[in-house]
Design a protein. Structure first.
Lengths: 126, 149
């Protein structure tokens, strides 16, 4: 049996964290933890070493772009799906250049979230 | 400056509600906020704008609208923490989406949220050249306020 993908959620919004917790496919993903800001995310990532991270960008302490840098330095193989309201092209390009696997713009529907998680974790199941 | 960009924020708020199961939103005519006007929503989320613009963006709504957004998002928890979080997340989403048109130098802060009559705390928002965009969704009325210098 294939092991589940270890998922970590990083978002300062309770509403968004709850939505991702509820919508992710529990047959495919194992939710290992969530963080409410960038600093907490780095500490938790070091401890939990998830395969896939959903990453907000506008957060207190350490923002999402800086957080991607730090997570990639710890584990360059981690897959990061950015989930953000920042909709300008430059931010999306920067996130991808830093190592993000995909970008889902807020607001999003449940179907859009499921599809984005699926795409962001494609290489983890192949 | 803001007069030229009101349509950007109207598009953002329309798009936000179009992502909920109950998509029908009426957007009213924007108006310049008078300094004697009070922010009447039960809950208000405020985003500070810096970079290429200086100002604020706020979303102010009654509790009923916020709890309906939460339940329309599929969540059942409507605690005070969740309501405050949601009004902040709406303000964050609307201002973040505006960057599609206003660019990456339109820098937004994390949200500050208020409940009750936060008007006094928001005086700095109202005192200056702020436009309010009224909306009606599911029989609730709310305001998106924008000041850009």
């Amino acid at each position: 049996m294939m092991s589940k993908i270890r998922l970590m959620i990083v978002d300062d919004s309770l509403l968004i964290r709850k939505k991702i917790e509820r919508v992710h496919d529990q047959e495919k993903y194992h939710l290992v933890g969530h963080a409410m800001d960038g600093g907490q995310a780095v500490a938790l990532f070091n401890e939990l070493r998830p395969d896939l991270v959903t990453m907000d960008l506008t957060m207190p302490n350490i923002d999402g772009i800086e957080c991607i840098d730090r997570l990639m330095a710890i584990d360059p193989d981690v897959n990061i799906l950015v989930v953000s309201a920042l909709s300008d092209e430059a931010t999306g390009i920067t996130a991808l250049e830093k190592g993000a696997t995909g970008f889902l713009m807020k607001p999003f529907t449940e179907d859009e979230l499921s599809e984005a998680l699926e795409i962001a974790s494609e290489e983890l199941v192949s | 400056m803001i007069e030229n960009n009101l349509s950007v924020f109207i598009d953002c708020i329309t798009r936000y509600f179009e992502h909920l199961p109950n998509k029908n939103i009426d957007v009213g005519t924007p108006y310049l906020v008078d300094e004697t006007d009070e922010i009447e929503g039960d809950y208000t989320g405020v985003i500070a704008i810096s970079g290429s613009y200086n100002g604020n963006c706020y979303f102010s709504a009654p509790r009923g609208l916020i709890t309906d957004v939460i339940t329309n998002s599929g969540e059942s928890e409507t605690s005070e923490e969740m309501v405050l979080d949601t009004v902040g997340e709406i303000a964050n989403t609307l201002s973040g989406n505006a960057r599609k048109n206003l660019g990456a130098e339109f820098i937004i802060s994390v949200p500050k949220v208020f409940n009750g009559t936060g008007a006094a705390q928001l005086a700095s928002v109202e005192e200056q050249h702020t436009y309010a965009i009224p909306i009606r969704w599911k029989n609730h009325e709310a305001l998106l306020g924008v000041r850009l210098d």
